[in-house]
Design a protein around this ligand. Structure first.
Ligand SMILES: N[C@@H](CCC(=O)N[C@@H](CS)C(=O)NCC(=O)O)C(=O)O
Length: 254
């Protein structure tokens, strides 16, 4: 049995989709990141980076003690090896897939996160419009570039890593399905091959199931007080602030 530490966000969906695709048995443990669960001592023992998703496999590949993992890229690679699905064993095909997995982890995810921050959130955090303009231009420009990279790759290949559906698609789709919302409604049509791939991957039953896992958790309308608390937790996480949040969570757990 696998415990999935999860909240319904793009990084969480990567792993719920993978588990559904592989047909592995799992149970979901809520990590309410707006409520501060990521700072609780029991979660930090699994993920010292105070970010979900994470997992514990109680019957791990290779045997032995339960295996705890964080970072969605490592988790997908592990689940692919465990299930024997969506990642070739043959070296050339394996590394062709992994380069796109690392591309997503280092490029699309962080750039979309920062673009979203400057475009949608930062206006509540700064009164200086110059900061917003610079940050939005920098990160939305980079997201636009990355759309072009995917479109070019998908013009010559059915899937990101070639002819086969793989963990490269599973890790990229949860972010890419939100591109329209970020770069502007309808603008995805400028990237027809990306649009074709988004629809094809999005139609897979396991993708829909993983994408919708506990979506009701994030649909609940927060009170103004809860929203203020959520922003205070999630933004400007310096070391001092994280240490204080960690200590407060440990105290309240006693
Ligand atoms: N590189 C990490 C990113 C994980 C991540 O950023 N998770 C966000 C939610 S999408 C989170 O847990 N945020 C909590 C926080 O900022 O304290 C991964 O891919 O697993």
């Amino acid at each position: 049995m696998i415990d999935l530490f999860y909240w319904p966000t793009p990084n969480g969906w990567k792993v719920s989709i993978m588990l559904e695709e592989c047909g592995l048995e799992y149970r979901t443990v809520a990590v309410d990141i707006g409520g501060g669960d990521q700072f609780k001592p029991e979660f930090l023992r699994i993920c010292p980076n105070n970010r979900m998703p994470a997992l514990i496999d109680h019957a791990p590949l290779g045997g032995g003690e339960p295996l705890a993992l964080f970072e969605s890229g490592a988790m997908l690679e592990y689940l692919a090896d465990k299930s024997g699905k969506f990642l070739a064993k043959e070296p050339a095909a394996r590394y062709r897939t992994l380069q796109w997995v690392y591309w997503q982890m280092a490029n699309l995810g962080p750039m979309m996160g920062n673009a979203n921050h400057f475009k949608n959130y930062a206006k509540n955090l700064t009164d200086d419009p110059a900061q917003l303009v610079y940050g939005t231009k920098r990160f939305c420009g980079e997201v636009d570039r990355l759309c072009g990279v995917m479109d070019a790759q998908l013009s010559a290949n059915r899937y990101l890593a070639g002819d086969e559906y793989s963990i490269a698609d599973i890790i990229t789709w949860p972010w890419a399905c939100l591109l329209d919302r970020l770069i502007g409604e309808g603008t995805i049509a400028q990237f027809p091959h990306l649009e074709r791939w988004l629809a094809e991957v999005g139609a897979r039953p396991a993708v829909q199931k993983g994408r919708n896992l506990h979506k009701e958790w994030s649909e609940r309308q927060l009170t103004e007080e809860e929203e203020t608390k959520r922003r205070a937790l999630l933004f400007n996480q310096t070391n001092d602030k994280v240490r204080a949040l960690r200590e407060a969570a440990a105290k309240s757990a006693k």
